[in-house]
Design a protein around this ligand. Structure first.
Ligand SMILES: [Zn+2]
Length: 483
C-alpha cells in the first residue's frame, strides 16, 4: 500500500490494519499481520497449519495469501512449529526482513526447523517412491529444506524480554514472558501517531501458573486490543496432585506393583525437560524407585542443554535446584538414547522402565515404535502427557479405541491408557478468563480469540460475556479489522 498523497489531513489519518491469517477458529498455523497506512507490514508468527493439512492433498501452508517480499519484519513469539514452522518457506519465497525473537527462541527454533526439514525430506522421498516416475505430486515437494532453514537463521535478531525495540518513528514492540516454553514471549506492539498511542497485545501461547521449569506468565501493560490464545478455553485442567506425586503414582502403579513399563509420549522441547526435571527432583529426594529411565528423542537431546544455558530465565524453584545440585536433569538411572549400544540396552531391557519419547501426540517420531512395542502388553501403561489434537493417534488411544494402526500394523490395545494434565504448558479456562479480565479497563476496545477450536472459543466467549466482557470477537481466517 502506498502512502496517501492527496492531502496532509488524509496522510495524518491514523489506522492500523490487523488481519488474521492463521490460528483462526483452529489451533495451528498462527500468523497475524499488522499493517500501517504507509504499508509497513509486521507479521506475528508464521506457523505450520496441521489442521487443514489433514483435509487437503497439498499442504495449505505452501502458498501465502500475500507476497512474502512485502513483509517488512516478522516477530516470532516462540519456537513451536505451529508458530514458526513456515518461516523457511516465507524466506524461500522472498521475505528478506529481520526476524525478531528472544535469544532462547533463536537457539531452540533452529533445531525444531532443521528437524521439520528432515521429516519433510523423508516424507517426500516416501511419496516419490510410491508414485511412478514422471507423475508430479505436490506432497513429494517439501515445503522447505535445511538450506532454507539456515538462510532464515541469518535474518534473526534477538531481543531480551522487557526491552522495547523501535522499528520506525511510529512503531515499537516489547517482549513479555509468556511462561509457556523456554524463551516464549507475549508481544505488545505500540503504534504512535500525532502523539496518540495504541497498544496491541498478542499473548502468543500462554503458559499455566506453577509450571515446571518456566516462570508464570507475565501480565502485559494496559492494552487497547488483546489477541489471546484459547486452546483450553473450553475446559479446566484436571490436576489433583503436584507433578512429583503424579509421576510417582504412575511409576509405582506400573513399574513397581506389576513390573511393567511406563511409556510417556512427550513433545521434545518443554514437556520432556519438565518430566526429566521432575524425575530428577524425586531422585534427589530419594523417592524415585531404582528403575531405568530412557529418553529416546534426538531433538530433546539437542535442546535440553539450553535449559541450563538459560537457567536464569527459569522459575525460582528450578534456579534454586540448579544452584544446589549443579544440574537440572542428571540422575543415575537416566539414559539419553544416543548410540547403538543405548538402543540395544533399551531393546533388551526386561526390567521395568520408564521411556519418554516424541512426538507428544504419537503422530510420528520414535514414540510410534515404543507404542507399537507396548500397546499389546497388559503390563505396560501409556501415559499421555499433553494436548492431543483430534484425529491424532494419541487422541484415538485416549478415546478408548480398541484397535489401532501403527506403521501399517493393526494392533489390539491391551495396555493401560491414561493421561495427565499436570505437565500442560497452556493456561486453562479458569486462568485464561482471569488473564483476559485483567485487561478489562476503559482502555480496552476489543478482544480477539485465536488458537483454539471453535467450541473452546465459543465457550470462552460466552464465559467472558457472563463476566461482563462483551467486546469479544472470534475472527475468521483472512478477516481484517481496522484498529
Ligand atoms: Zn506453543
Amino acid at each position: 500500500m502506498k502512502e496517501f498523497t492527496i492531502g496532509r489531513l488524509i496522510t495524518f489519518a491514523r489506522f492500523m490494519k490487523l488481519t488474521f491469517w492463521g490460528a483462526a477458529r483452529q489451533v495451528t498455523g498462527s500468523m497475524y499481520m499488522l499493517e500501517t497506512q504507509k504499508g509497513y507490514r509486521v507479521l506475528i508468527d508464521c506457523g505450520l497449519d496441521y489442521e487443514q493439512q489433514r483435509n487437503l492433498h497439498d499442504n495449505p501452508s505452501r502458498h501465502f495469501p500475500f507476497s512474502p517480499a512485502s513483509i517488512s519484519i516478522l516477530i516470532l513469539t516462540h519456537a513451536h512449529i505451529d508458530h514458526s514452522g513456515n518461516i523457511p518457506n516465507l524466506v524461500s519465497q522472498g521475505f528478506r526482513g529481520h526476524i525478531f525473537c528472544t535469544p532462547a527462541t533463536a537457539d531452540i527454533v533452529k533445531h525444531l526447523l532443521l528437524d521439520s526439514a528432515n521429516i519433510q525430506a523423508g516424507d517426500a522421498r516416501k511419496v516419490k517412491n510410491r508414485y511412478k516416475k514422471g507423475r508430479k505430486d505436490p506432497e513429494a515437494i517439501p515445503l522447505f529444506t535445511q538450506k532454507d532453514v539456515m538462510k532464515s537463521m541469518e535474518q534473526i535478531i534477538t531481543l531480551d524480554f522487557h526491552k522495547p525495540f523501535r522499528l520506525n518513528d511510529a512503531l515499537q514492540f516489547t517482549f513479555y514472558e509468556a511462561g509457556h516454553l523456554l524463551g516464549a514471549a507475549s508481544v505488545v506492539v505500540e503504534f504512535t501517531e500525532n502523539g496518540h498511542t495504541q497498544s496491541i497485545g498478542f499473548t502468543g501461547d500462554l503458559g499455566r501458573n506453577n509450571s515446571k521449569l518456566v516462570k508464570n506468565p507475565e501480565q502485559m501493560p494496559e492494552l487497547n486490543y488483546l489477541i489471546t490464545e484459547s486452546t483450553y478455553g473450553g475446559r479446566t485442567h484436571k490436576v489433583q496432585h503436584d507433578a512429583e506425586s503424579e509421576l510417582l503414582y504412575h511409576i509405582k502403579e506400573t513399574c513397581v506393583k506389576i513390573n511393567g513399563k511406563l511409556v510417556i509420549p512427550a513433545f521434545s522441547v518443554g514437556r520432556t525437560q519438565a518430566i526429566i526435571y521432575t524425575l530428577n527432583r524425586l531422585d534427589k529426594q530419594g523417592l524415585l524407585p531404582r528403575i531405568k529411565v530412557f529418553v529416546d528423542s534426538p531433538l530433546a537431546l539437542r535442546t535440553t542443554p539450553y535449559y541450563e544455558q538459560y537457567q536464569h530465565q527459569l522459575n525460582e524453584e528450578a534456579r534454586t535446584f540448579y544452584s544446589r545440585q549443579g544440574d537440572l536433569f542428571d540422575f543415575e538411572n537416566l539414559t539419553f538414547v544416543q548410540t547403538p549400544a543405548d538402543e540395544k540396552d533399551l531393546f533388551y531391557c526386561h526390567e521395568p522402565y520408564v521411556i519418554i519419547s516424541a512426538a507428544g501426540m504419537v503422530e510420528g517420531g520414535r514414540i510410534q515404535e515404543h507404542v507399537k512395542n507396548h500397546v499389546q502388553n497388559p503390563f505396560s501403561t501409556i501415559l499421555i502427557a499433553g494436548y492431543c489434537a483430534e484425529g491424532t493417534l494419541g487422541a484415538r488411544l485416549l478415546s478408548g479405541q480398541k484397535n489401532i494402526k501403527i506403521k501399517g500394523k493393526e494392533l489390539r490395545v491391551y495396555s493401560q491408557i491414561t493421561a495427565t494434565d499436570v505437565f500442560s504448558s497452556h493456561a486453562d479456562q479458569e486462568q485464561l478468563i482471569q488473564n483476559t479480565l485483567s485487561y478489562n479497563s476503559s482502555k480496552l476496545k476489543q478482544v480477539f480469540l485465536t488458537h483454539g477450536d471453535e467450541q473452546s472459543m465459543t465457550t470462552f466467549k460466552t464465559l467472558l460475556s457472563q463476566k461482563h466482557l462483551d467486546k469479544t470477537t472470534i475472527p475468521n481466517k483472512g478477516e481484517e479489522f481496522m484498529l
